[in-house]
Structures are given as C-alpha cells and as structure tokens.
Design a protein around this ligand. Structure first.
Ligand code: NIG
Ligand code: FE
Length: 409
C-alpha cells in the first residue's frame, strides 16, 4: 500500500539516516523542507522531496493543503496505567499542601497503589487504554509506560501485564519500564522493600524493557538505586532514572555511571550535573508538565543545550504530578517556561524522546525506512505557531505506522 502526501507546506523533522539523537547546536535545526511531498509504503517512510517534478505513483493520496507534516511525538516518560483519580489531592494542593506533605501523610503514590489493588486487571487495562487513545489522538506515536503503583510482587506484575496488553492493542509503539522502586510498599520496611524489588526483577524482566528508580530524598537513595538497577541490568533491563525532581539527589551522576538511557525530571540541577552528562549516552529528560502542575522550578533545558548537550521533553502523564499527556502543551511549556526555541522543543519532543525510550532507530523523525508515524496540521501552521497559539486547535490528522488514527477532528 503506497500512501502519498502532497502539498505539504512544511515537512518538519527531516533527519539523515543513522542520526539517533541531537545535541547542542544540532538542536537548533528542525530539519525543515518547504513545499514537499512524502511517500509511505507498507507503514514505512519510503521517500520525500521538494514539489516540482512528477509525484510518485500511489494507491491513496492525502492533499495536505499547505499544512505542516511532522513526526508524531515520542513521549518517553509516562505513568498512564493507574486506577481512578487523585483529584482530592489536587484540592489539598490548591489549599496549600506540597507533593512531599501529601506523600508523607500516606497519600500520593501510596494512594494510587491502594486504588490499583482494588481494581481488576481488565478494568485497569480499560482505564489505561482510554488515556492511550487520548494521547494518540493528540499526536503521540511512541509511549513509554511505567509500573510503580503496584508496590508488591502481585501489583507490579499486574501493571506490567496490563502494559504488555497495551503494547498489543495500540498501533503506537509502546515500551515498558519496571518502576517497583517508586515508593516503599505498605507493610514493608524500607530495607525489606528494596530487597523485594530486587527479587521481583526476573519476573518483571519477562515484560519490561527498562528498570527505573525514584532516586529522591524520602524515597530511594543512590545506594538503593545502584542495587535495584544492577539487579535489573543482570536481567537485561536498561536503566532510566527519576532524578533531582525535589532535591539534588545524586541520581544524575548515578544514572550516568550505571549507563542509564535517560535521567528524568532534573528540576534541581547545576553545572555538576551538566558535566556528569557530557560525553555520556544518557539523555537528560525534562518534564515541564509536572513543574507546571506542582508549581516547581523548571529544568534548565536552555543551559543544557547551550553547554552542548541534548535534552528530551516528556509528559510524565500521571495522576499526582502531571495529569496531562498533551505533548503539544509540553512543547509550549518548554518554549514559554524553559525558554527553548520551538526548534529545540520540537527536537526534544520527537527524535530525542525516541532516543530516551530506545526507539530512535525506528521513529521520531522523517527518515527513509522509519515508521510512517505522522502528524498533519491544518493549513499554514508552523512550529512557532504551535507553541505561540498553544491552545488553538491545529491538528488535522495522525497516522501511526502509515494507518490513519481516529483523532475526532
Ligand atoms: O514522575 N516522581 C515520581 N513519580 C511521578 C509521580 C507519581 C505520582 O505522584 O503518582 C513523577 O512525577
Ligand atoms: Fe515520573
């Protein structure tokens, strides 16, 4: 099946084959091609070019009417498998309690764990699939999903099985992460729970692609992180670490030492973290949606890029700190609150997001041979307008692996 896109106003995200991430000055280049066409064949990008000559033959033609065609977003950090809602805690936050205070009272992540324990696997799957559909409709084509609301061997495996079922139920590309070390499960001492998480590893590794730890004061120390990650690495899991969200935790340095694919959050970082990341394979990933929702400082993405590093942006979609998976809003927050240029925010939300979840060889850019994961805007839209008019409807249609995805537009 050959699908031709013609009359593309701007094709964004053109990247040569073999480029798996962008760093420093390369992040200023959004890979733009004006007046273009693109051909997808059997779900993959088969070719593209500037309009002018004869267009390739196709079975189906989409007239883009001057809209922008870009790769779909790659959301490399989500917790979208959760039960129920934590809207009562939202009220507590409005009335002055902090994220840490809510957690210390036994709310927060433990509240989600209690709700999850009372929810059947089928119901959990149905609730999560609604969110998967929500974010795919908003233009996300690759999603990393974490466990971490089970906090017991049964609960964590229940979550990982649900993520596995999601992988098989959506055309989006899904990778899963075992985040047993998200908070200490009820009924365990801290030390007992760290041991339990290490013991869960072989079973978790049957489903998970990555291992993650919430390396944070009041949650898990650098030593805990090293133990859990090493247990994961022995089972073939690559680390991704929650680091420096609420305090300088040492998690960035630990992540780099442990060969993490990404270190995520980074609201609390300085020159030491930038130096630790320099020359590493670890993608610093920032989550402005959670800074927005928790009224916390934003990651210093601009400083990271000016220092020559790449960054990824992800939604952190979860019930406690970021109840939104809208990557266009994440991009806009990157521009508005982190002073990223639209080109930098775009690269961070597409190719670098794909790198941070280990899929940038197959999606995240307009490159021949990659999946045809494509987002078409209404006529006349640009990356700058997407961030500036950040609430104005702009999206016309999404294709995942070359298939039209229902967006209700
Ligand atoms: O990334 N920081 C830890 N985990 C999530 C929040 C999870 C929750 O509050 O439910 C985060 O922000
Ligand atoms: Fe998170």
């Amino acid at each position: 099946m050959r699908l031709l896109f013609k009359n593309i106003g701007v094709l964004a995200g053109v990247v040569p084959e073999g480029v798996l991430r962008k760093e420093g000055a390369a992040m200023d280049d959004a890979g733009l091609l004006d007046d273009a066409w693109l051909l997808a064949e059997d779900g993959l990008i088969a070719g593209f070019g500037r309009a002018g000559g004869a267009l390739p033959e196709a079975d189906q033609v989409v007239d883009c009417q001057g809209g922008m065609l870009m790769p779909t977003f790659c959301d490399s950090h989500t917790h979208i498998v959760y039960a129920g809602s934590r809207e009562a805690e939202f009220l507590d936050k409005i009335n002055g309690l902090s994220y840490e205070q809510i957690a210390a009272r036994g709310g927060g992540i433990l509240n989600s764990a209690d709700l999850l324990a009372r929810t059947s696997e089928d119901d959990l799957f149905a609730q999560a699939m609604e969110r998967v559909h929500e974010i795919c409709s908003q233009g996300t084509g690759a999603i990393e999903i974490k466990s971490g609301y089970g906090l017991s061997p049964e609960g964590e495996l229940k979550m990982l099985r649900v993520i596995d079922r999601i992988k098989r139920s959506t055309p989006a590309l899904v990778h899963s992460t075992f985040l047993g070390a998200h908070a200490v499960g009820r009924g365990y001492t801290h030390a007992e729970y760290v041991n339990a998480v290490c013991e869960m590893m072989p079973a978790a590794a049957q489903y998970a692609d990555f291992v993650d730890v919430f390396c944070e004061k009041g949650f898990f120390s650098v030593e805990d992180t090293e133990r859990v990650v090493m247990a994961g690495v022995r089972c073939g899991l690559r680390p991704k670490i929650h680091a420096n969200q609420l305090s300088v935790s040492g998690g960035v340095q630990a992540g780099v030492r442990l060969g993490a694919l990404s270190v995520d959050h980074l609201e609390q970082t300085g020159p030491e973290e930038i130096e630790a990341l320099r020359g590493s394979a670890t993608m610093p990933t920032m989550l402005p949606g959670s800074s927005f929702f928790l009224r916390l400082p934003y990651g210093r993405g601009r400083d990271f890029i000016d220092a020559g590093l790449g960054i990824a942006l992800a939604s952190d979609y979860n019930p406690g700190s970021s109840p939104s998976g809208d990557m266009r809003f994440v991009m806009a927050l990157g521009c508005i609150r982190m002073r990223l240029t639209p080109e930098r925010a775009f690269n961070a939300a597409t190719l670098n997001g794909a790198y941070a979840m280990g899929v940038s060889d197959v999606t995240g850019s307009i490159t021949v041979g990659k999946r045809a994961d494509l987002l078409l805007t209404r006529p006349g839209w640009t990356l700058l307008k997407m961030a500036y008019l950040h609430q104005t409807p702009y999206l016309r249609q999404v294709w995942l692996a070359g298939r039209e995805y229902g967006t209700n537009n």
